[in-house]
Design a protein around this ligand. Structure first.
Ligand SMILES: Nc1ncnc2c1ncn2[C@@H]1O[C@H](COP(=O)(O)OP(=O)(O)OP(=O)(O)O)[C@@H](O)[C@H]1O
Ligand SMILES: [Mg+2]
Length: 1089
């Protein structure tokens, strides 16, 4: 079943116990109803963690032995204010029902929790209390009360619970707690009643069990300091009263629990010194257990007991403020007071031990009772007005041990009484309901355990009465005499079994020992060993001991033993334990009968205290003795199921057209219509006043079946409508969106179209306007031109008119005369200016005045050239003949070499000196000079190139009018003299060198020696002069000058080619000649670049 969340719980979703049930949630619906199906249903639910199941209004609770997530605050909220059958079974539903009935209907409630030891009664009672605390009112005062009520539990559990073989936290006392509420339902206080603490446990524990928790908690959890004050040792093994074999219990943290208990005591309202006193008493009990006795022989032949080691006794006396000697004496002597006499007898060792243990048990049980009283004082309601009461009964469960004694007898008696009241109240309630609802009552067969109760409690011949009688009877009375008595008195009783009873059928029953009797309880047969019955019933404490206790200088101890007060010596015997118990159980039962009962029936799923294990036989046994089957039968007698009209109609109204979806009339009529429509047979149900009673679960289930089917259809219908709605809304949304989109689109399209039209219109407009404007412009222009033309024509016309008019006033040709006059004046002015401003007479002067008038252009240029020619003539006219010849030579050189030989430009600036050697003046050349009969035109030093190696030899070169001569440079001796007419041609290169070849005419006289290849620095001058002279000499007016870079030279025999090449520029030297081979001389000319 998925947990409903808080939100869902708050919503008014009406669910039902019947929804999502595992098995059946209410046993009355079980079909068929057999013990097997009953157990199977419990198991099925237990396996699915459904630990609660109903039988009508009774809750069956299975102990899960593990924490389940079903006790959370959310769960509390879920069950709060809900009807009992509304949700799946839960203890909270029962608590809620009880609480609301108490609050709203003012009915006092009691919650009866039964079940065997370890079935979960104490836990259930705590759950109920915590639920009520959670749902009832809040406020500072209320919270304090709640807290105190809840915190009383840990205190009482520490002192009253112990580990047994069945339960690690077994309640060893019965507890009934009345929680009191004011008229609003807020808790105002409470009263706790306790029933018969199993005090024998203080001095002795069965195997595998422990003493009460508080002993272990104190030793484990108290601080060292506290332990020192209490004169205790942490070691359990130091104490005789603490069993060791199971001192430590799994999952039980004694130390932590001790702190919890101390804290709880503080909350409940214990003062610090009270807590201290309580702990001192606990310590005293432990010390008491350690006191041991030894026999001491007396003169009268009896052994008298003596305390063996007085240390523990001393410490205990110190703790409790008792005079040591008084207590010591009380362990050795016993004073019996009868009427006026006081007789003192000695105690032997076993009597001393008996006395010690009796003291320990009494100390502890009285302490426990005191604690209850003290708690009651704290939690009691302040106001005296009548309160609403909710009683929670958590009593020890039905117990069957291997060895059952007086305690078990008492406990089981109590359970027997509870079963009795359960039967009575259930039946009564059932009957009352039938009467209330006006339904015919049919008698139901069930087992009534009244007969067993009678066997135990009958005042005349009940077992308890027999026991008391035996205890009071003078003479020797023992447990065996008691059994004998039972054997005679109860022999006939069908639930009593004993070997020696008169009932012969047990004579041979070996399962029945002689010292035992057996009772067939409602929950099973229990064998009781009579040993100790008398003692325990008598519950005797020697007066010496109680008086010793009374004398103690300890506030609490003194209170606990009021009978020790010598002033109040009461010779009457105190009531026996059995009597007291019977009495208090009787009171309790009467109390319970006045209240509205609510039952929680706890079932233990296994003996191993383990989760998830379901032991069939064990559960079957409990189901049997708890009378659960009977319970179901009673409940189903006549009618198995009942339901108030309103929820019934609410649940099934969809099954009938008239009632669905709303029924307007009274609900009962609605249900009647519904049942009639469904054609349920009339024997199957009956109409009560407020409820419909259904005889058979089958009918209910068929209704449920129909409902489920109908729900499916309804769900389909809802789905259909919802889907339709969803689609429609979606469609409408789409449609709306579509309209919006379309509107926007249309708007956009129109906008676009409009802008297009607009721009087109503007365009057309602009064209048409332009066209119009241009047309106008054209017209305007045309008009303007026309106007201008008209004006021009008019002007001309006027001019003509005017001229024609005025012509007669002027002389003819006056204009031409004026013109020529002006021109003359201008020319005059021009020429005079020119004369005044004549430029320099130097032929190279470039300046010339600018012309003043454009019409003088040609004249001006012409004048300039005339002027130039004139000044050149003037210049020339100043030359001498010699100077003229020099210029002629230069001119000739220019004609020959300009633009042909690279050497030429450098020679332009050098004047042609002719005689460089001044031979006539040089005595060295006297001879040569004299040999020259003609005037020397040129004398210079040349190099004659040797054809063999290309090297030059210096020679004097002389030119006369008819010859040229080569002479030795040193001696002046003529080497060669060649008449100019023999010279055929001269060859030179185009380059910047001074080489030249003088070629002779073939067949001439000079030609025998061959051509000359010479070089000179004055090449240009030499050749110019040669040509001039040669031309004038003979009528030889043409001397060839060959300018090329390759020419042939005819030496004596052979012709050699002279070739000029561009060489690398060399420092200093000019061109150099080298003989390459026989036929080639190469002249390397440094490049001028
Ligand atoms: N509702 C529960 N959820 C979880 N554990 C539980 C529940 N009820 C009982 N128990 C376990 O079972 C143990 C025994 O339960 P509880 O003490 O209530 O038994 P009891 O019926 O009071 O026994 P006794 O008669 O011996 O006092 C608990 O200590 C606890 O461990
Ligand atoms: Mg308990």
């Amino acid at each position: 079943r998925p947990p409903l969340n808080k939100h869902a719980a708050n919503m008014e979703v009406k669910t039902s116990l019947l929804d999502n049930m595992i098995g059946v949630g209410d046993m009355v619906l079980l079909e068929p109803l057999t013990e097997d199906s009953f157990i199977e249903n419990l198991r099925n639910r237990f396996d699915h963690n459904e630990i609660y199941t109903y039988i009508g209004s009774v809750v069956i609770s299975m102990n899960p032995y593990r924490s389940l997530p079903i006790f959370t605050p959310e769960k509390v909220e879920e069950y709060r204010n809900r009807n009992f059958y509304e949700l799946s079974p839960h203890i909270y539903a029962l608590a809620d029902e009880a609480y609301r009935s108490l609050r709203d209907q003012d009915k006092d409630q009691c919650i009866l929790i039964t079940g065997e030891s370890g079935a979960g009664k104490t836990e259930a009672s705590k759950l109920v209390m915590s639920y009520v605390a959670a749902v009832c009112g809040k406020g500072q005062e209320v919270n304090k009360v709640k807290e105190q009520l809840l915190q009383s539990n840990p205190v009482l559990e520490a002192f009253g619970n112990a580990k047994t073989v069945r339960n690690d936290n077994s309640s060893r006392f019965g507890k009934y707690m009345d929680i009191e509420f004011d008229f609003k339902g807020d808790p105002v206080g409470g009263v706790i009643s306790n029933y018969l603490l199993e005090k024998s446990r203080v001095v002795k524990q069965p195997r595998g069990e422990r003493n009460f928790h508080i002993f272990y908690q104190l030793l484990s959890g108290a601080s060292d300091d506290t332990l020192r004050k209490l004169k205790l040792d942490r070691d359990f093994s130091k104490y005789n009263y603490l069993s060791l074999d199971s001192a430590n219990v799994n999952g039980l943290d004694d130390a932590a629990n001790f702190r919890t208990v101390r804290n709880a005591m503080q909350i409940v309202g214990f003062m610090e010194d009270e807590v201290q006193s309580v702990l001192e008493l606990v310590a005293a009990v432990l010390k008491l257990g350690n006191i041991e006795f030894k026999p001491e022989s007396r003169s009268n032949g009896y052994d008298e007991s003596r305390v063996k080691d007085k240390n523990d006794l001393k410490e205990m006396c110190e703790l409790l403020g008792i005079e040591q000697s008084v207590l010591e004496r009380a362990f050795s002597y016993r004073t019996v007071e009868a009427k006026l006499e006081k007789v003192s007898t000695t105690l032997n060792v076993s009597q001393a031990y008996y006395a010690r243990d009796a003291l320990a048990k009494n100390l502890y049980s009285r302490l426990f009772s005191w604690l209850v009283t003290r708690i009651n004082e704290s939690i009691k309601a302040q106001s005296k007005t009548r309160h609403k009461v909710m009683g929670v009964l958590d009593i020890y469960g039905f117990e069957i041990f291997e060895d059952n004694s007086f305690e078990q007898f008492i406990i089981n008696y109590c359970n027997e009484k509870l079963q009795q009241i359960f039967i009575e109240l259930t039946l009564r309630e059932e009957q009352e309901e039938y009467i209330r609802e006006d339904i015919e009552w049919t008698n139901i067969e069930y087992f009534n355990n009244a007969v067993i109760c009678d066997l135990i409690e009958n005042n005349q011949n009940g077992i308890l009465a027999m026991l008391d009688e035996e205890c009071l009877r003078p003479g020797t009375v023992t447990d065996i005499t008691f059994l004998d008595k039972l054997n005679t008195v109860c022999a006939e009783h069908q639930h009593f079994e004993s070997r020696l009873s008169k009932n012969s059928k047990f004579l041979t029953d070996h399962s029945l020992p002689h010292s035992c009797f057996r009772i067939q309880h409602y929950a099973g047969k229990v064998l009781y060993r009579v040993e100790g019955f008398m003692d325990k019933n008598n519950d005797l404490l020697y007066r010496d001991l109680s008086q010793a206790m009374y004398k103690a200088n300890h506030k609490l101890i003194k209170q606990l033993f009021p009978e020790g007060n010598p002033a109040k010596v009461n010779l009457k015997r105190p009531p026996t334990a059995g009597f007291q118990f019977k009495h208090s159980v009787g009171t309790l039962m009467r109390n319970l009968q006045t209240k509205n009962p609510n039952y929680i029936r706890c079932v233990k799923p296994n003996d191993k205290k383990a989760p998830r294990i379901f032991t069939d036989s064990l559960v079957r046994h409990q189901v049997a003795y708890l009378g659960l089957m009977e319970n179901v039968r009673v409940r189903r007698a006549g009618y198995a199921y009942r339901q108030a009209y309103e929820p019934c109609l609410e649940r099934y109204k969809m099954l009938c057209k008239q009632t669905w979806p709303h029924w307007k009339g009274p609900t009962r009529e609605g249900v009647e219509v519904l049942m009639a429509d469904l054609q349920v047979s009339t024997e199957e149900f009956a109409y009560g006043n407020s409820k419909i009673f259904i005889r058979n679960p089958r009918t209910l289930f068929s209704l449920e079946e129909k409902r489920r089917g109908c729900l499916e259809n309804l769900a389909a219908l809802i789905q259909k409508i919802y889907r339709g709605w969803k689609c429609r809304t979606h469609f409408l949304l789409l449609k709306r969106s579509q309209v919006v989109v379309a509107a926007w689109y249309r708007r956009y399209a129109q906008q676009k179209k409009y802008t297009q039209i607009k721009s087109a219109t503007i365009m057309v407009q602009s064209y048409s306007r332009g066209w119009k404007a241009r047309k106008i412009l054209r017209e305007l222009k045309h008009q303007k031109r026309c106007e201008e033309a008209a004006t021009t024509i008019a002007a001309y016309w006027h001019g003509t008119q005017v001229r024609r008019e005025y012509r007669k006033f002027f002389r003819a040709n006056a204009g031409r005369k004026i013109y020529s006059f002006i021109m003359q004046r201008l020319m005059q002015k021009y020429f005079l200016g020119l004369k005044r401003d004549l430029p320099s007479m130097s032929p190279i002067g470039g300046s010339w005045p600018t012309r003043p008038y454009r019409f003088l252009d040609t004249a001006h240029t012409e004048l300039r050239s005339i002027f130039h020619h004139w000044r050149c003539k003037k210049y020339r006219s100043r030359f001498t003949d010699e100077r003229k010849a020099v210029f002629e030579e230069k001119l000739q050189a220019s004609e020959i070499f300009k633009d042909k030989k690279a050497l030429y430009p450098s020679s332009v600036g050098q004047p042609f000196r002719g005689d460089y050697l001044e031979i006539s003046k040089n005595p060295k050349y006297q001879k040569l000079s004299s040999a020259m009969d003609e005037k020397v035109l040129l004398a210079d030093m040349v190099n004659k190139i040797n054809r063999a190696n290309g090297k030059g030899t210096a020679r004097i070169f002389l030119l006369t009018k008819n010859n040229f001569v080569l002479a030795d440079q040193k001696t002046g001796q003529v080497k060669a003299s060649v008449p100019l007419p023999d010279l055929a041609s001269i060859s030179v290169s185009t380059q910047n060198d001074g080489f030249f070849a003088l070629k002779l005419k073939e067949g001439s006289a000079g030609a025998t020696k061959g051509d000359f290849l010479l070089s000179s620095e004055h090449l240009i001058e030499i050749i110019t002069k040669l040509r001039r002279t040669g031309a004038t000499a003979v009528n030889h007016n043409h001397l060839d000058i060959d300018i090329s870079d390759e020419f042939l030279v005819q030496f004596k025999q052979d012709k050699v080619c002279v070739k000029f090449v561009q060489g690398a520029p060399k420092n200093g030297n000019g061109a150099s000649c080298k003989r390459k081979n026989n036929r080639l001389l190469e002249v390397s000319v440094p490049s001028t670049a």
